[in-house]
Design a protein around this ligand. Structure first.
Ligand code: JB2
Length: 208
């Protein structure tokens, strides 16, 4: 059976996810929806089919899978809206995992998750829906990553770290073992987190 997928959002995150899809080579057809990019524009050989109004038509045309390729830095609001919209239309919200990533067979994954190149998700880790485990990040054993949380490029979470929903662990950050980070937290790039972080706070540097 042919596999067809629609990527929702045609910017930088889309390019990263699309590169993985093309490397994995499991789909027969890939199209993109975007609010601002003209219909018919090609991104890495894949066409923009229109804005999100075309999603029901795409489903009818056999695009049964969808993935949110709008990324998130400070807010996950748009990703929530688009995820709910695509789910309501009836798409399967699939996971996209680069062939170079190492994901333990003992890890649990929700749906709509991206795991980028050279990332590691170790045994007994739990990754929530629509999380972004970005390029070269490490999610060690027994970590819990909440829904819509983004672990940015090169971040390293040691064993048994908890991160709530809608949070951002900035690029290159290190979180030591056992730390609990709440919901809607932003940890700035390059931080070292050695103590717990409360909901809805922004921290950068040495977090103790
Ligand atoms: O409602 C929408 C919508 N709103 C904006 N529906 C659809 N289908 N697309 C939408 N967009 C489109 O998302 C914009 O027109 C634009 O083309 C794209 C966002 O692209 P941008 O490159 O600005 O950001 P991004 O979300 O792809 O990437 C961010 O997050 C990543 C995780 C960046 O900050 C990256 O650096 C980061 N790696």
């Amino acid at each position: 059976m042919s596999r067809k997928i629609v990527l929702i959002g045609g910017g930088g995150h889309c390019k990263s996810v699309l590169d993985t899809l093309l490397r994995n080579n499991e789909h027969d057809e890939i199209v993109i929806t975007d609010n601002d990019i003209p219909v018919g524009t090609e991104i890495m050989g894949c066409k923009v089919a229109g804005n999100d109004d075309v999603l029901p038509e795409l489903l009818k045309a056999g695009f049964s899978e969808a993935f949110i390729t709008v990324g998130s830095i400070k807010s996950t609001k748009l990703r929530h809206i688009l995820f709910d919209k695509a789910s309501a239309v009836g798409f399967d919200m699939v996971n996209i995992i680069d062939i170079s990533a190492v994901v333990s067979e003992y890890a649990s994954l929700g749906k709509g998750i991206f795991i980028g190149k050279n990332s590691v998700v170790n045994a007994d880790a739990v990754i929530g829906d629509a999380a972004i485990i970005n390029t070269a990040s490490v999610i060690e054993h027994e970590c819990r990553i909440g829904d819509f949380t983004h672990v940015s490029v090169g971040a390293k979470l040691c064993g048994n770290v908890r991160v709530g929903n809608d949070s951002l662990i900035g690029a290159g950050s290190v979180v030591i073992q056992g730390v609990e980070i709440g919901n809607s937290v932003i940890i700035g790039a390059g931080s070292t987190v050695i103590d717990n972080v409360a909901d809805m706070t922004t921290k950068v540097g040495l977090v103790k």
